[in-house]
Design a protein around this ligand. Structure first.
Ligand SMILES: Nc1ncnc2c1ncn2[C@@H]1O[C@H](COP(=O)(O)OP(=O)(O)O)[C@@H](O)[C@H]1O
Ligand SMILES: N[C@@H](CC(=O)OP(=O)(O)O)C(=O)O
Length: 435
């Protein structure tokens, strides 16, 4: 029996957190495959090593001083090494990295060093074998994962050893060049290893006791979700419940491997279990609420649009040509609205509006900025009537104006658009209504 245990940055942020990790690993011999993120924040004021490494890269690029940032990284990692009396050679590696920064360094390589160095510390502390992710997690040149190559590498590694620590967040292209995943990507590494090892489960250890019904920084002590489907989880994490990367479900979903979200600081708490299908009584109404800020709604107004063909296609082409992703679309007779991430629109703002107006032959194109999207996720929604009515009543009572509504036909998620200033109030009001 093999379990994969992934520890997030908060679980390896200090020597005392390393001690907790060791107790967790030693309490179950099935925890043979360990994935770690880079050391994270010890306190609110502290910094994640990954953030510091990204900053080092930017400072070097703009000719600003790197040393104060680099010293913080060095101090943190060597502090853990010293306090736990470890005997790795990370000091030489850190010194070499410093010279590489001033020479020439690739951004992905630099930021991957947080995981690389933290994993060496953890492997030494646990007495497990360190396996560099560049020799195990393989990407093709198009960025997709090469599972057959990874399966071969995994079995040859496991012929030599039985317990390994692998740094999360990065892998290698066919030529050996390091490629990092998107932020929070160590969750994906853990999931890939659960797939490769046919694990009985994938444990994702973090600093909260499972996935909560809402972001704990907005709702005071929200209830914990006991069981959730992969589909619901993906909706919530894509929409901002940052506890698990939304891409982390795919490698385990294929093999029906359950994911457990567990708390390193409270290991006896059962946390959240994520499964393909959940059979649970329907007394529950909402699985969870999540949201993100800073979207724009572009509205294209064109008289007689309902009698024409291809207007929406032309608008989608404009966005595709400008490499802007569309989050949601809503249509009526002579108008349609596109919701997009403002950070993608901003650099191309005037071009995109002009092109939309010209290509679609629109009478008018308007843009509303400072929009938040809030997802209300529930597998129970399709079996219950009146839930959307209650949702809108609850927001109406709080005088919250909804700019757009979207619901998919599988009836798992309702997406609401509100202004950024109403973001937290909206989440709180929905939570109170369905608590
Ligand atoms: N719905 C939610 N449930 C649980 N945690 C959430 C939720 N939304 C946001 N979070 C935040 O996610 C954090 C855990 O994710 P992350 O910071 O990636 O941890 P780690 O350091 O373990 O990788 C929590 O501390 C919490 O603040
Ligand atoms: N260290 C990387 C990858 C990661 O997954 O980190 P964490 O598990 O601490 O969110 C990041 O900060 O994006």
């Amino acid at each position: 029996m093999v379990k994969v245990a992934k520890f997030g940055g908060s679980s390896v942020a200090s020597p005392s957190q390393f001690e907790k990790v060791k107790q967790i690993i030693e309490s179950d011999p099935a925890r043979k495959i360990v994935v770690t993120s880079a050391s994270g924040k010890e306190s609110h004021e502290d910094h994640k090593i990954t953030d510091l490494l990204y900053l080092c890269f930017e400072h070097k690029r703009y000719g600003m001083p790197v040393d104060p940032l680099f010293d913080m990284i060095k101090e943190k990692l060597l502090g853990i090494e010293k306090s736990l009396e470890l005997s790795t050679n990370i000091k030489q590696e850190i010194d070499l990295l410093y010279t590489q920064i001033y020479d020439h360094i690739d951004c992905d390589y630099l930021v991957s060093r947080g995981e690389y160095l933290t994993a060496q510390l953890l492997a030494d502390y646990l007495g497990y074998t360190f396996v560099d992710a560049k020799n195990l997690i393989f990407f093709s040149y198009d960025g997709s994962l090469d599972y057959s190559k990874m399966a071969l590498a995994f079995s040859s590694i496991m012929e030599e050893t039985s317990c390994i620590v692998v740094p999360g967040f990065y892998g290698a292209y066919p030529d050996g060049k390091i490629k990092t995943m998107s932020r929070g990507g160590s969750d994906i590494t853990g999931s890939i290893l659960a797939n490769l090892s046919d694990a009985t489960c994938y444990e994702n250890w973090t600093d909260v006791s499972g996935i909560l019904k809402a972001d704990p920084s907005i709702v005071h002590q929200p209830h914990q979700i006991d069981l959730i489907t992969y589909e619901e989880l993906r909706e919530l994490s894509y929409m901002g419940a940052s506890v698990l990367h939304e891409e982390a479900i795919y490698p385990v979903k294929d093999k029906n491997i359950p994911i457990y979200i567990l708390n390193t600081n409270e290991p006896t708490n059962p946390g959240t279990i994520i499964l393909n299908k959940v059979t649970q009584e329907r007394s529950q109404e909402i699985t969870g609420i999540a949201g993100k800020n800073d979207f724009s709604i572009i509205t294209v107004i064109k008289e007689h649009m309902s009698n024409e063909f291809g207007t929406i296609r032309k608008a989608l082409e404009v966005l595709e040509e400008n490499r802007i992703q569309i989050e949601h679309i809503s249509t009526s007779i002579d108008t349609f609205s596109l919701v997009i991430d403002s950070s993608q629109l901003r650099p191309r703002y005037y071009d995109v509006i002009y092109q939309l107006k010209e290509k679609c032959g629109a009478n008018e194109v308007t843009v509303a900025n400072d929009i938040s999207l809030i997802a209300v996720v529930s597998r129970f929604m399709k079996h219950k009537t009146g839930m959307s009515g209650r949702l809108f009543d609850a927001l109406g009572e709080q005088q919250i104006n909804i700019s757009m509504i979207s619901q998919t036909s599988n009836e798992t998620t309702i997406i609401l658009a509100v202004t950024n200033k109403d973001y937290e109030r909206t989440i709180q009001a929905i939570y109170n209504e369905f608590e």
